[in-house]
Design a protein around this ligand. Sequence first.
Ligand code: 5GP
Ligand code: MN
Length: 341
Amino acid sequence: MSIMKYLAFKDVKSLLNSPKKIVIIPHYNPDGDAIGSALGLYHYFIQKKHKTSIIVPNDYPKFLKWLTGTSVIINFESDVEKAKQILFSADLIFTVDFNALHRIGDMKSILESNTAPKIMIDHHQQPEDYAAYMYSDVEMGSTSEMIYHFINRIGDSDLLNKSIAEALYTGIVTDTASFRFPKTTPTTHNVVAKLMNCGINHSEIHNKIYDSNSFDRIKLLGIALNNLKIITQHNAAYITLSQSELDSCNYQKGDTEGLVNYGLSIKGIKLAAIFIENKSEGIVKISFRSKGNFDVNKFSRHHFNGGGHKNAAGGKSDLSLEKIVSKFEFLLNDNGTSLSK
Ligand code: 5GP
Ligand code: MN
């Protein structure tokens, strides 16, 4: 069952009745769902004659760059002045696929001081209260699916087109791990059926997302699998990747996407983690995935400055790789007291 909070669709519908200057913002390190939901909304709004911009806090993976509309995306990190100007004159700001302003990095303070009404569309747990209008539904498998419902609820399903469908399909496929995660519902498949009816080539989209590996990325996968460790007594698996290992494979953004799932693919493993060193940011980026009841959103929130969903969350740490692994093992050994928080 859908938990529809806060958003009065008729209010947003009337806001969108006359042409507006709209800015769409997805989260830092945008993934398939972040870019897919932003582009899906973009292709909807331009049909309604809104002057629409997308500003990403930083760059996004190459395997998403084929999507129609990516050429208009402004990267805040490399084009700060232009991004600030556009934000300054915005009438409405849509934030997609994140639940807290710290998820947009340095754009946070700019958004905090911006008086344009904000509309959050997101499926992450425990959303913050920064938006004037919230469409938050933690039961949803992807924000991209929510964009479909959003357009539908406003009464504009006749505006669905191939560009919207490609973007939303990409977001749904990537965030549900190709319809595998538990939050994939009959409704998800119904939505996908509607998207497929818009003339998208789903096989080609899968190829573009998953079969566009560089040789370097496959070598990195080899290193990751070689580094994979299992903690049998806790049904846990983890991978580490150091900066020098990444460098040895000419790391490009997106190359580590999905590696965490290999741990979870081992029979009996219920919790998987990957710890990826990022020397230029001085942090280690962490991803957690789980099966069943282990809540990685809580785990990451309490211990690794992160959050996300019950079965998929991220986090970060300024400890060394070695210390993070010790902390992780310590927390698992800690008899579940800290895990059940
Ligand atoms: P990933 O491991 O792929 O980076 O992230 C898994 C999920 O957790 C995604 O839905 C992502 O948006 C969310 N997530 C990743 N890092 C963070 C974080 O630092 N804080 C919060 N609240 N969510 C995160
Ligand atoms: Mn998402």
